[in-house]
Design a protein around this ligand. Structure first.
Ligand code: ADP
Ligand code: MG
Length: 403
């Protein structure tokens, strides 16, 4: 709150003699005083601001009296603490004035000049107390709101933790089902091969059998991929050909993306070197980014994965992986927060807000960099730069896996 050191009183008083006396008393009491003689001047002065209280003569020369001036003031949104100076026998005016919101009144009597400064002080004190109370109330409301926000945050974090734990459980379940499916699928495939071998090429029953074989192959591939992805490897750091990993991840996710009417393109430069990395974690990164891209394109679109040579400061040789979608994009105000754990804009049960947090952690652990470019309604590019190989990333990862 910026309170001026000296409070300023505006006088609206058409009698210059009275105005001079009022000014004298108020200045002696420590106030700054501005005197005006006509409603027009008074209004203008109030418009300019900086006035804390108005001492208003009710009987002004001209057509307007003090009370109607005050009513007009209020209607113009210039309300301020006002003391009306009225004649002795003016009870009716006093009542209407108080009804209109005038804070106090003094009768124009012999001694009123003596208690004018006191009335001014009382009203200004009240005003300060009122402001302080309002401020306290505002602070309390804010504290309450903050508390409510924290409670909400805690509640949703707890829910998301449960959700994350459940998802992790589902991943394990999927892996174990994939494992169970593997054997029967192998049997079916083998039997089918036998039947096909015994069916002459011109037999009309051959075509349906071939279709069954294709479908079984597709299932076997899917199950194989699932197993690959969920297998927790012991030796985590190895030579990884990133383009291969991109291709395999696309294969795994393509059926899902096709259902979303998302076209997938894979553009890998031919000269991309292999890198030293944790294959399992790299797959997790790609999978998370592709999932996000799919979610961002509910009406279809285009997903492009690019792999090319790059460089990290040092300079260290690096590879760049870009995952670009033509989806909804990320509003600027969210950009800095999307990699925070549990930040999600997705409905409950769909998003955990952990995907990008995990991606970023993995990339940083590989001594790489993680960037996001996004334009709302145009799309998003996530760019990951990973060192090809250097002591830091190898040692760093080995160090971590021993933890
Ligand atoms: P989740 O997918 O569970 O919400 P993430 O950490 O993967 O958690 O993503 C956090 C948030 O970032 C998402 O809820 C979404 O708002 C935004 N986001 C991430 N990827 C994209 C993308 N490709 N396009 C648009 N928004 C995205
Ligand atoms: Mg996600």
């Amino acid at each position: 709150m910026s309170a001026a050191l000296v409070e300023t009183i505006l006088l609206l008083e058409d009698d210059p003699g009275v105005a001079r006396l009022q000014r004298l008393r108020l200045e002696r009491a420590g106030y700054a005083v501005v005197a005006t003689a006509t409603p027009t001047d008074g209004m203008e002065c109030l418009r300019q601001g900086g006035i804390d209280l108005l001492v208003l003569d009710n009987r002004l020369a001209g057509s307007e009296d003090g009370l109607s001036f005050y009513v007009r003031l209020k209607a113009n949104g210039l309300d301020l603490p006002t003391i009306l100076v009225t004649g002795y026998s003016d009870d009716a005016t006093v009542i209407s004035a108080l009804r209109a919101g005038v804070r106090d009144y003094v009768f124009k009597s012999v001694e009123y000049l003596d208690y004018l400064p006191e009335a001014v002080r009382r009203i200004l004190d009240q005003e300060r107390t009122k402001r302080a109370l309002a401020e306290t109330a505002r602070e309390r409301e804010q504290a309450l709101r903050d508390l409510q926000d924290k409670t909400d945050e805690l509640r949703s974090t707890t829910q998301q933790l449960w959700q994350a734990a459940r998802l992790a459980g589902i991943g394990e379940l999927a892996a174990s089902i994939a494992h169970e499916l593997n054997n029967p699928l192998a049997t079916v495939s083998l039997r089918l091969e036998g039947v096909l071998a015994r069916t002459p090429t011109d037999d009309p029953r051959r075509r349906p059998l071939e279709i069954v074989e294709q479908e079984v192959e597709r299932m076997a591939k899917l199950v194989g991929n699932l197993l690959n992805f969920s297998r927790a490897g012991r030796e985590q750091v190895s030579t990884v050909h990133v383009s291969d990993e991109v291709r395999k991840t696309i294969e795994l996710t393509e059926p899902h993306l096709r259902r979303l009417r998302v076209e997938v393109a894979h553009e890998s430069a031919p000269d991309v070197p292999s890198i030293i990395a944790d294959r399992q974690q790299l797959r997790q990164v790609l999978l998370n980014l592709i999932t996000n891209a799919g979610d961002a394109m509910p009406k279809g679109g285009r997903l492009t994965l690019r792999v090319r040579r790059g460089e990290l400061p040092g300079p260290r040789p690096a590879i760049v992986i870009e995952v670009t979608d033509t989806g909804v994009g990320i509003p600027t105000e969210h950009l800095a927060r999307v990699t925070d754990p549990f930040f999600t804009t997705k409905e409950e049960g769909k998003g955990t807000g952990l995907g990008l947090a995990i991606c970023k952690r993995i990339v940083v652990e590989h001594r790489g960099t993680f960037e996001i470019d996004s334009v709302v309604n145009q799309g998003t590019t996530v760019r990951i730069t990973l060192p090809v190989t250097n002591e830091t990333n190898v040692n760093g990862l080995r160090g971590r896996s021993r933890e």
